[in-house]
Design a protein around this ligand. Structure first.
Ligand code: FES
Length: 142
């Protein structure tokens, strides 16, 4: 049996799937996201079905991990825009710089799980969308 010739590809070949200047495809990674070698954090999530602890990598969102783990948590756009996935951040810290929440709402301890990347072990409680919307209206009128 004849052996196949060795395949030698240039090191940059694997990045052609994510062209940085493409007008169609998003940049990868997004410009304000950095991949970290920190690893995973423990995230405790209080949701309608109970309380679940997950290991969430620093480069994945809490919502993504929750859905992958089979949790039934509200969501829609997964882009930080529709505000269907709000939670109270009861402990720890997250990077949510990709989301649409105003700084004063974030300062009051709210987060959108679809854009929340853990920066430490965290504790979050899923809340009704109406709680966040009423807070946003109140802070907009301040
Ligand atoms: S799913 Fe739309 S803001 Fe999170």
């Amino acid at each position: 049996m004849a052996s196949l010739p060795a395949l030698h590809l240039p090191a940059t070949r694997s990045f052609k799937f994510f062209p940085q200047k493409s007008p169609i495809l998003p940049t990868f990674p997004p410009p304000n996201r950095r991949f970290s070698a920190v690893g995973a954090y423990k995230v405790l999530i209080e949701h309608v079905g109970g309380t679940t602890e997950l290991e969430v990598e620093s480069d994945e969102t809490i919502l993504s991990k929750a859905l992958d783990s089979g949790l039934d948590v509200p969501h829609d756009c997964k882009l930080g825009v529709c505000m269907t996935c709000p939670a109270r951040l009861l402990g720890g810290s997250v990077d949510q710089s990709e989301g649409m929440l105003s700084d004063d709402v974030i300062d009051r301890g709210y987060t959108l799980m679809c854009v929340a990347y853990p920066k430490s072990d965290c504790h979050v409680r899923v809340i009704p969308e109406e709680e966040l919307l009423s807070l946003q209206l109140a802070t907009a009128n301040d």
